[in-house]
Design a binder for this molecule. Structure first.
Ligand SMILES: CC(C)(COP(=O)(O)OP(=O)(O)OC[C@H]1O[C@@H](n2cnc3c(N)ncnc32)[C@H](O)[C@@H]1OP(=O)(O)O)[C@@H](O)C(=O)NCCC(=O)NCCS
Length: 175
């Protein structure tokens, strides 16, 4: 399965959600049953990288995807040196709520491409409505190690998961 050259907003009429498998039930279930409903409800946006050719059902399989949404963090969770420059009310951030690569594509650089595309999208939103950082809630140690590899730092524990962050200023140095 080779992938097309651009991420597209999830469209259940065009993208085959059922064949997506990243090896994590929670993420598979999200893209198969929740992502589209969450977009309709106006609570997140999901972008997919489809394969370059369709299945017999006319839909293209999903090679990778990411979902993003606005969120906020408490000042107290940030390292003191960063926190002291910020107000005492909730700090706006963008959350990469989900990010995954199909097992068939794992270990071939697509996770990096997907993360860069998510950060690039959020950087463009930041130009219109700024946020302090991008945060992620790690599903497991693999996710933690992946995000750490790209400079994310531990922020706190959130709903039993390690929450990591990358300041928007750092992201601005990439783009
Ligand atoms: C985690 C995941 C997104 C990585 O995708 P991938 O396509 O296998 O990763 P890539 O091949 O793009 O790797 C990119 C870089 O990250 C590194 N990397 C990948 N997985 C890593 C891990 N678990 N720990 C540390 N580094 C990792 C690679 O060595 C590579 O480094 P390089 O750019 O210096 O060569 C993918 O395995 C996945 O979808 N897993 C299941 C879902 C999941 O856990 N998602 C995390 C968000 S909750």
């Amino acid at each position: 399965m080779s992938y097309s050259n651009a991420f597209e907003e999830l469209d259940k009429a065009q993208h085959d959600r059922g064949s997506f498998d990243c090896g994590e039930d929670e993420l598979n279930d999200f893209i198969q049953t929740k992502a589209s409903r969450h977009m309709l409800a106006g609570i997140s946006r999901t972008f997919v990288l489809p394969a370059d050719s369709p299945l017999p059902n006319g839909k293209r399989p999903i090679c990778a995807f990411y979902s993003v949404t606005p969120s906020s963090i408490a000042r107290e969770n940030l390292p003191r040196a960063l926190a002291k420059k910020l107000p005492h009310y909730p700090i706006p951030v963008f959350l990469i709520a989900q990010l995954a690569v199909h097992l068939d594509q794992k270990g071939q650089g697509l996770g990096k491409i997907t993360l860069v595309k998510a950060l690039e999208f959020l950087w463009s939103i930041n130009a219109q409505m700024p946020a302090y950082a991008v945060v992620v809630d790690c599903l497991n140690q693999e996710a933690h190690d992946f995000y750490e590899h790209f400079g994310f730092e531990i922020l706190c524990t959130h709903n039993g998961r390690t929450r990591m962050f990358l300041p928007m200023k750092t992201i601005g140095q990439i783009f």
